[in-house]
Design a protein around this ligand. Structure first.
Ligand code: FE2
Ligand code: FE2
Length: 199
């Protein structure tokens, strides 16, 4: 039953996630959330819809401007803010369409509206969403996609991810998973750069 409603919300979010690799990002972040919820607690009825819908607002930002609003370096934070505000609005529309409980809609949209700009978590649900959002950057797809779009080598991107560990993660589990993922990315880099043994 629970899974069913999340699938319906995901289907309704799909047209809005069709930009900035957000379908892949959202799926992977939801997978990390499962482990975070198990270890840290939190309410899946808040965390999953918040994650599924947190980036729907990017659809309101022209694709040629998106890269100026996120990633390393000086970014247009006013533009970034639009994806939070529009995202909360679209999320509310979708959740009302499926008759999601009003008090949960309020909590979910409060999380979405500050998922990037608010650095402090307002609840354990918020902390799990923030950590799952950032863990994607450490996943295989996330590391590859971000290196490509930020014009970094895979290894330069891993250096960046290593430096951000203490800044980005709020929960102990988030930090542990990020370190594990980073080790996996580093070992695949070693394999890629190792001299071939075949003749
Ligand atoms: Fe975002
Ligand atoms: Fe995100």
């Amino acid at each position: 039953m629970m899974q069913e409603i999340f699938d319906v919300i995901f289907d309704l979010a799909m047209p809005f996630l069709d930009t900035r690799e957000n379908k892949t990002h959202t799926r992977i972040s939801c997978r990390f959330a499962e482990r975070l919820l198990k270890k840290e607690g939190g309410d899946p009825h808040v965390v999953y819809p918040a994650l599924i819908l947190h980036d729907v607002g990017w659809k309101c930002i022209p694709e040629d401007l998106q890269l100026s609003a996120f990633g390393p370096g000086d970014k247009d934070m006013k533009l970034n803010r639009i994806h939070e505000i529009e995202g909360a609005r679209i999320a509310r529309d979708i959740l009302e369409q499926v008759r999601y409980p009003q008090h949960l809609i309020k909590e979910i949209t409060d999380i979405i509206i500050g998922h990037d700009s608010r650095k402090i978590a307002i609840s354990i649900n918020d902390a799990v969403v923030k950590d799952a959002d950032k863990l994607w950057r450490y996943s295989e797809d996330g590391a590859r996609i971000n290196a490509l779009r930020f014009a970094l080598s895979f290894s330069q991107n891993l250096d960046r991810l290593r430096k951000k560990l203490d800044e980005w993660f709020i929960t102990r589990t988030g930090l542990t998973i990020a370190k594990e993922e980073l080790r996996l990315r580093e070992s695949s880099l070693d394999r890629l750069s190792a001299p071939s043994h075949s003749l």
